[in-house]
Design a protein around this ligand. Structure first.
Ligand code: QUE
Length: 334
């Protein structure tokens, strides 16, 4: 049994993510299978373009196999945890440096690891059904999959906003902030996919899909509130915005997250702004190995994904009580 399907026709290699019961969350076998086929296709002259799609109506890919990682971490199986993240990030790096066009069609949820196998590609097509987020701080983890490279390169404050709040954005918004490259209405996506599969040049396929619908991403507010590196200052600014409903919603989202994760997230995004992609992945691997050993990670995954009770009790419970030395140890002094 395999959770990806592959096919080749007319110069196009297609990978269909097919683990619908887990919203296509990437388990170790999917990562290994995707890496092998992409490595092979990269050198195959019969393949000009790679297309990645989902066999699920609801999701492109919900993330990593976080429940399995939690089990390994709780059992002290640190090698399995390291192996998982190093192979996931190696796959993302292969996609980031892919020698031919890599096209992801995102017509449902794409979160965490799902962004790792789409955003690093050259072409990211989204629809109005795309739901995009980096929600890891709520499970005692942090935005990884190379996002510490691409988040700080989005418009002012957007990366910090998405990383700290886990806010969900839709397809048109993803194009507006630069996470996606093309918007296609969901009803037209099957036609676009078929034209891509028949080898129609990308410029031709997307010629009539140049303008995404307008959005109401509050870019001005995002820049104002999230345009700094200090989590306490960001939350202080949001709390001080009396009468601003949007700011209050963002405070609620942030309060749902692990305080330690919030500090780690902000520090990783800040550091990533001045690092190349490889350095970001190295830093993320170190941080992922460290943070998965914490009680907050076991507790956050329990509350959100295992029991689904959403009642995580993080320790410390307040941002101001997080020990900077703990954060420094997680991100690694480099
Ligand atoms: C943060 C995450 C993930 C998440 C929720 C978060 C994640 C992930 C899933 C997920 C969702 C549904 C499934 C599944 C996994 O949710 O990485 O198997 O059926 O994979 O707040 O990082």
């Amino acid at each position: 049994m395999s959770f990806i399907r592959t096919s080749v026709a007319d110069g196009v290699g297609e990978i269909v993510l097919d683990r619908p019961k887990a919203l296509n969350a990437l388990d170790q076998t999917m990562i290994d299978d995707m890496y092998s086929v992409l490595a092979e296709w990269g050198d195959d002259d019969a393949i000009d373009t790679v297309l990645v799609t989902s066999g699920s109506e609801r999701a492109f890919c919900a993330g990593g196999d976080i429940r399995a990682i939690r089990e390994h971490a709780v059992a002290g199986e640190v090698e399995a945890v390291s192996h998982y993240f190093s192979s996931e990030y190696r796959l993302d790096q292969l996609i980031a440096n892919y020698p031919k066009p890599y096209v992801a069609l995102v017509d449902g949820a794409a979160m965490g690891g799902g962004l790792g196998i789409s955003v690093h590609g050259e072409v990211r097509v989204v629809t109005e059904k795309a739901v995009i987020a980096m929600p890891e701080a709520a499970i005692g983890f942090f935005p990884d999959i190379g996002s510490t490279y691409f988040l700080p390169r989005l418009p002012a404050g957007v990366g910090m906003w998405l990383g700290l709040t886990g806010a969900r954005i839709r397809g048109a918004e993803a194009v507006e902030v630069g996470l996606a490259t093309h918007f296609v209405p969901s009803a037209q996506l099957p036609g676009v996919a078929d034209r891509l599969r028949s080898g129609t040049p990308l410029v031709e396929v997307f010629a009539e899909h140049r303008d995404p619908p307008s959005t109401d991403v509050p870019l001005r507010k995002v820049g104002e509130y999230f345009g700094e590196d200090n989590v306490t200052a960001i939350v202080g600014g949001l709390r001080g915005a009396v009468g601003d409903e949007w700011a209050a919603e963002m405070v609620d989202l942030i309060e749902n997250a692990s305080p330690t994760s919030l500090w780690v997230t902000a520090a990783m995004i800040t550091a990533g702004a001045r690092s190349g992609l490889d350095e970001c992945f190295d830093r993320e691997l170190h941080a992922a190995e460290q943070i998965t050993r914490t009680d907050d990670f076991a507790e956050g995954v329990r509350a959100v994904l295992v029991d689904k009770s959403r009642d995580a009790r993080f320790e410390p419970a307040n941002l101001d009580d997080v020990d900077p030395a703990v954060v420094a140890r997680i991100i690694g002094a480099r």
